[in-house]
Design a protein around this ligand. Structure first.
Ligand code: NAD
Ligand code: MG
Length: 388
């Protein structure tokens, strides 16, 4: 059997390393063609020496000499910089690009990969949050597959296999994060370290903070709209603290399908890489008796305002989700640096949205410009202590 050639963007991160775990479990099915990282050159070197890809890219050019030196005995093409990251996905042999970069930084490579006819396994949800309409248009135009890695979207995708009939609505499940059940008053004083302790998942810092603020679910609502071509009203969020049901589709006859399993990202990663097949693996199995009760709660959008802001941005359309995403990335960074409070993050996003006019008919360059402008505004708000 031919092996599937994979480009893994962001291979040193939480999703990237788990993707390599999946690849390692099926050495005769998968081959790594490209590995890329932002900064973590040590781990990138280690990975490159094990998986021997054709191309390795480190985005931070300062790390180039070290990477080049460490791989000099191999035939790997060693590159550095933003443009190299985007060009690497053009390599002929690549069948599928798994994008596990965090943030807006992943958008351009997704777009280039689609234009080159590559299938996409998408963890980088910000790609669809910022430019969902544009990206899904390209997916159609170039007739490639867009396979979700995000567990909720993988769940919906799996529930839809073999279903020709339309969706009535979907329920995205949310763990509720470490601050589930807290009041706004109680959230005034929560710290960065408390926010970084997620109850069910071990993930990169940005998405962990997004999970604590429920912005992650907001981004996922937007991601779902574009992946499954839904209206805002068709997308509901339900808090499910055990993270066993990964999401639910309700059909027009009232029947519902849910996809479940242990909270382990290797499952949706593997499915995105093997779709439409399922490969036998030895990952840990779910045991009902370990979870005698699965529970559900309403999402508290007044306390966790980011979720409401995301719904509003999606309903308004135009550039709103791009602005929301950029302001959120700046706000999360600032919170991680202890420059603003937990609730200050929502204030930064809301204020930034107010400062930037909406617009439509947007192409890739427009999104890049709006992203830059939104970041500038958000940073100013923080720097001038308009919000804190
Ligand atoms: P992470 O921070 O652990 O890893 C990010 C990766 O991207 C690293 O390899 C890093 O080197 C690279 N990177 C960072 N900035 C970059 C830049 N400017 N240019 C190029 N590369 C850059 O993040 P993660 O938790 O693995 O998340 C990756 C993406 O997957 C995010 O969009 C996240 O929302 C999504 N996701 C993650 C999980 C999870 O369980 N971790 C689950 C669902 C979705
Ligand atoms: Mg998710």
């Amino acid at each position: 059997m031919e092996r599937k050639n994979i480009a893994i963007l962001g291979s040193t991160g939480s999703i990237g390393t788990q993707t390599l775990d999946v690849v390692r479990a099926f050495p005769d099915r998968f081959n790594v063609s490209v590995l890329t990282a932002g900064n973590n050159v040590e781990l990138l070197i280690e990975q490159a020496l094990v998986f021997l890809p054709k191309i390795v890219v480190v985005v931070n050019e300062a790390h180039y000499p070290k990477l080049k030196e460490a791989l000099k005995e191999t035939s790997i093409l060693v590159l550095a910089g933003q443009e190299a990251l985007i060009q690497a996905v053009e390599l002929d042999e690549i069948d599928i690009v798994l994008n596990a970069i965090v943030g807006f930084a992943g958008l351009k490579s997704t777009v280039r990969a689609i234009q080159k006819g590559k299938d996409i396994a998408l963890a980088n949800k910000e790609t669809l949050v910022v430019a969902g309409e544009l990206v899904m248009g390209l997916v159609k135009q170039h007739n490639v597959k867009m396979l979700p890695v995000d567990s909720e979207h993988s769940a919906i995708f799996q529930c839809l296999v073999g279903e020709p009939s339309p969706i009535e609505k979907i329920y995205l499940t949310a763990s509720g994060g470490p601050f589930r059940g807290r009041t706004r008053e109680e959230l005034l004083t929560v710290t960065r370290d408390q926010a970084l302790k997620h109850p069910n998942w071990s993930m990169g810092a940005k998405i962990t903070i997004d999970s604590a603020s429920l912005m992650n679910k907001g981004l996922e609502v937007i991601e779902a709209k574009w992946l499954f071509d839904l209206t805002v009203d068709q997308i509901d969020v339900i808090v499910h603290p055990q993270s066993i049901i990964h999401s639910i589709v309700q059909f027009q006859d009232g029947s519902m399908k849910a996809q479940m399993g242990l909270p382990d990202m290797k499952l949706p990663i593997q499915y995105a890489l093997t779709y439409p097949q399922r490969f036998q693996n030895d990952f840990k199995r779910f045991n009902f008796l370990d979870y005698p009760s699965l529970s559900f709660e309403k999402a508290d959008m007044d306390t966790f305002r980011n979720l409401k802001l995301a719904y509003q941005a999606l309903a308004e359309g135009g550039n709103r989700c791009c602005v929301l995403n950029a302001a959120n990335e700046v706000a999360v960074d600032a919170f991680l640096n202890n420059d603003i409070s937990f609730l200050g993050m929502s204030a930064v996003i809301e204020e930034t949205l107010c400062h930037i006019n909406n617009g439509d008919n947007l192409g890739l360059d427009d999104y890049i410009a709006i992203d830059e402008e939104s970041r500038r505004v958000a940073r100013q708000l923080i720097y001038k202590k308009v919000v804190n």
